[in-house]
Design a protein around this ligand. Structure first.
Ligand SMILES: Cc1ncc(COP(=O)(O)O)c(C=O)c1O
Length: 373
């Protein structure tokens, strides 16, 4: 067998040990993966029950859901999107695979930020594309700049950007995003904008690339704001001339996304009060976590603008973030993600805390960490 093209998610080992603890009756606080501990909105679950009782659940792409997504862009971002430009996918993950497959050819170079979501890089490698990692560290507030993109030589064929970003929660404002998109346009770099954390931001609204550049390819998902990671549903928006091609790829690779999830998602989108309630909880968790970690001497943090992550520099505690996270799960049952997942180099000095848990879990984790450190 030939060697693997991709590296594992190291947080997967933390998950495995956490699950083993739970099976052994030991406590475990899951702050390692980016998944809301609260499930889908009640209205989404009720809708799924109703559909399950009456619908044969064949392969289907609900027009009503695409209409609802179009209405969301009109209401939230002030942009009109034709239905033909909206494609339903099995999560942002399937959207990413289809976008890479349709836009690039083997050997093409695609820029990704470091630190960044590991699957951007790994999926590029799996598809014989070349990731070009752009260092975008704490000194830059974890925000890419037009100058960084202008300096890339040779010019990459594409770039993946995310605002808010994983693992840092850093967000670009309209002017910053606009300048970045303009540089990409000038250099002929195709932009994939991962907007999966939209709707989860603290104080500022996240600007969609679609407000600034109709040529951008946007991917999004029901996994984060809508709290439906296990339902495996997301969407993408592409320029008309690409959307048909992307649809052909999606149908060939995945057929349609889960029909039951589409019905549930339609109901979830009409629950703004419920969604906002959880965003307020994340906001309180964020403040409490920043305060509690500071009391333990963990102060080198760029406060996240959005998403539900805090990416902390723990270089005064460890030079091996994986070892640190293994010990945290084994010794006190707190699940954290090692920075090496997001940045194989500087990530040795960072850990990511997900605060998409309950306020009680945040308090307990802080207590355990304080005693342990
Ligand atoms: C930045 C980012 N993009 C994409 C994904 C994939 O999400 P999904 O396939 O569940 O929609 C994740 C998951 O954590 C993520 O953090």
């Amino acid at each position: 067998m030939r060697g693997p093209l991709v590296t594992p998610f190291h947080a997967g080992e933390i998950a495995r040990r956490g699950t083993a603890r739970l099976r052994a009756g030991l406590p475990f606080i899951p702050m390692h993966f980016g998944q809301p501990s609260a499930g889908a909105p009640a209205a989404a679950i009720a809708a799924a029950h109703r559909v399950l009782d009456r619908d044969p659940l064949g392969y289907e792409e609900l027009v009503e859901l695409r209409e609802r997504i179009a209405a969301h862009y009109a209401d939230t971002h002030g942009v009109q999107i034709e239905l033909e430009r909206i494609l339903l996918t099995a999560g942002a993950s399937a959207a990413l695979v289809a976008a890479y497959a349709a836009l690039f050819r083997p050997g093409d170079r695609v820029a990704v930020m470091r630190p960044g979501y590991p699957a951007y890089r790994n999926t590029l490698c799996a598809m014989r594309l070349e990731p070009v990692e752009v260092a975008c560290g704490a000194d830059m507030g974890f925000r890419p700049t037009p100058a960084m993109i202008a300096a890339l030589q040779p010019v990459p064929q594409g770039i993946v950007i995310a605002s808010p970003a994983n693992p840092t929660g850093a967000m670009l404002d309209g002017a910053q995003l606009g300048a970045l998109l303009a540089t990409c346009r000038d250099r002929g770099i195709r932009v994939i904008s991962d907007e999966i954390y939209h709707g989860i931001s603290f104080g500022k609204r996240a600007v969609s690339a679609l407000e600034l550049d109709p040529g951008a390819i946007v991917i999004n998902s029901y996994s984060k704001l809508y709290r439906m990671p296990g339902w495996r549903l997301g969407w993408m928006v592409a320029p008309l001339e690409l959307a048909e091609q992307l649809h052909i790829y999606l149908i060939n690779m995945f057929l349609t996304p889960a029909t039951l999830a589409q019905h549930a998602a339609l109901a979830a989108m009409d629950e703004p009060g419920d969604l906002a309630h959880w965003v307020r909880i994340y906001e309180r968790n964020r403040a409490r976590l920043i305060e509690g970690l500071a009391a333990m001497g963990i102060t080198r943090i760029v406060p996240p603008d959005g998403a539900f992550y805090l990416y902390a520099d723990v270089s005064h505690l460890t030079g091996d973030s994986m070892q640190f996270c293994l010990r945290a799960v084994d010794e006190i049952g707190v699940g954290l993600a090692p920075g090496i997942d997001f940045d194989p180099e500087a990530g040795r000095h960072f850990v990511r805390f997900s605060f998409a848990v309950t306020p009680d879990e945040i308090e307990r984790a802080l207590e355990l960490l304080a005693g342990w450190l």
